[in-house]
Design a protein around this ligand. Structure first.
Ligand SMILES: Cc1cc2nc3c(=O)[nH]c(=O)nc-3n(C[C@H](O)[C@H](O)[C@H](O)COP(=O)(O)OP(=O)(O)OC[C@H]3O[C@@H](n4cnc5c(N)ncnc54)[C@H](O)[C@@H]3O)c2cc1C
Ligand code: FES
Length: 413
């Protein structure tokens, strides 16, 4: 046998092994999609085997508004290639590479944004739900949210979107014996819809509590679906909390409580015993609720949370100083591709803020260490993180959005 033939046989054997592995994973995923015993870690392992690298084209199958004011729109997405989808872990998100058309026909602007999957995993389609972001009420001069308004106003059924595989470390655990408490503020309901529907299908009998805080009935998303699930599943306890009920909103019918989702309400309504808390909401809600839960005596490992954006940085900034890493104050940061060297003066919360303030173009998405969009190669030096980012970086690379310099740096940006 010649060396060439030997090489051919080795390659063929490797290819066959890979095909069998992927085939088995796909078969198990399709089988487990209807099995009540699928555990999150099983789904995660299968998901990793089927995840795609880079971007994949998805077609918008269906759009649907979820609230009466039509501020939250769901997009059901199917892969153009028709191959099975990775079974994401309920609570994870997708990252979108969007091309935003510019006024006056200029070149479109690429931006990256993350959106949580808002339904339980299924092999043929994903669903996200996007809230239209207006200009801040105190700054009507600022433009409204770029990506959310683009999706609401321009993306139609049949259009294509480019999407990265599901990721994120905010997902439901597999311990059906511990009751789960889902706390959602506004659009933070999206990962909860995914976790809730997954639990109801895969962990029948698990005690589940949903506390859903919003202003009034006009923005009450998934209302009919949540009410139907609560009526159907006695172990699911629905607590909707309106902070500014509208004249037609009826206490006891449309919402169970008036006010805010706070620890006082949880203490009043939750039975005694251990619970696993899952929290996603606007920064002020998270900033109050998480310390209050800790103060109440909830173990940190029972509190899982995600913020939709830079709010996730809060715990990073709070925990200053990591063992063995010196906090750099005035150090040189060299951007090799941009041919610029700048001085880090400690003014910015992250290397991403620093690069953007100095007009250096870098990609970003979640701005919270989850999506990997801002991953950049380190030529020399060290980057520090006050808490380990969710996204697993390749060796020799850093995440600009949650990193600060640990020394002088040369970055490939
Ligand atoms: C893991 C994760 C999951 C997420 N899941 C969801 C989800 O399920 N659903 C959902 O709707 N969102 C979700 N998000 C949030 C989403 O990714 C976007 O951040 C959101 O849609 C806003 O993006 P945008 O481009 O519309 O707004 P941006 O253009 O980023 O604007 C945001 C705000 O900043 C204001 N602004 C504009 N210019 C300035 C300026 N110069 N100075 C100060 N302010 C300015 C805008 O008026 C707007 O109010 C998630 C985020 C993360 C990280
Ligand atoms: S922008 Fe998502 S990891 Fe940095």
């Amino acid at each position: 046998m010649t060396a060439l033939q030997l090489l051919f046989y080795i390659c063929a054997a490797l290819l066959a092994q890979l095909t069998i592995g992927i085939g088995l994973a796909a078969w198990r995923w399709r089988r487990n999609a209807t099995s009540p015993t699928t555990l999150p870690f099983e789904a995660g392992a299968i998901g990793q085997a089927l995840a795609w690298p880079g971007l994949r084209d998805f077609r918008v199958l269906r759009r649907q508004f979820e609230d009466t004011l039509r501020t939250q729109c769901s997009f059901q997405l199917a892969p153009v290639d028709g191959a099975p989808l990775p079974p994401f872990l309920a609570g994870q998100f997708l990252t979108f590479a969007l091309d935003i058309p510019q006024p006056a026909g200029g070149a479109s602007r690429p931006i990256t944004r993350c959106y949580s999957l808002s339904d339980a995993p299924r092999p043929d389609a994903y669903r996200i739900t996007v809230k239209r972001v207006p200009s801040p009420p105190s700054r009507p001069d600022l433009p409204p949210g770029v990506a959310s308004n683009h999706l609401h106003d321009r993306v139609k059924e049949g259009d294509l979107l480019r999407v990265r595989a599901p990721s994120g470390r905010f997902f439901i655990d597999g311990d059906a014996d511990v009751p789960a408490v889902f706390i959602a503020g506004g659009i933070g309901i999206t990962p909860m819809m995914s976790m809730l529907t997954w639990c109801l299908a895969q962990q029948p009998g698990r005690v589940l509590h949903l506390y859903y805080g919003l202003r009034h009935g006009g923005e009450h998303a998934f209302k009919a679906r949540l009410e139907a699930l609560a009526a159907e599943h006695p172990a699911f306890h629905l607590n909707v909390v309106y902070s500014q009920p509208a004249p037609g909103d009826v206490l006891g019918t449309d919402h169970q409580h008036a006010g805010y989702v706070d620890v006082a309400l949880l203490r009043q309504t939750l039975p005694h015993g251990r619970h696993a808390f899952y929290i996603c909401g606007p920064p002020p809600m998270m900033a109050i609720l998480i310390p209050a839960l800790l103060e109440w005596g909830i173990a940190p490992q029972d509190i899982h949370h995600e913020a939709f954006g830079p709010a996730s940085l809060a715990p990073v900034q709070a925990a200053s100083g990591e063992a063995g890493i010196t906090i750099a104050t005035a150090v040189d940061i060299q951007f090799r591709r941009s041919r610029r060297t700048l001085v880090w003066d400690g003014q910015d919360a992250s290397l991403l803020d620093f690069t953007e303030r100095h007009g250096i173009a870098v990609e970003s998405g979640c701005r919270s260490g989850s999506c990997g969009s801002c991953e950049t190669a380190i030529v020399s030096g060290t980057v520090r993180y006050a808490v380990k980012p969710d996204h697993d970086m390749a060796p020799g690379r850093c995440l600009l959005c949650v990193g600060t310099p640990g020394s002088a740096l040369v970055l490939d940006a």
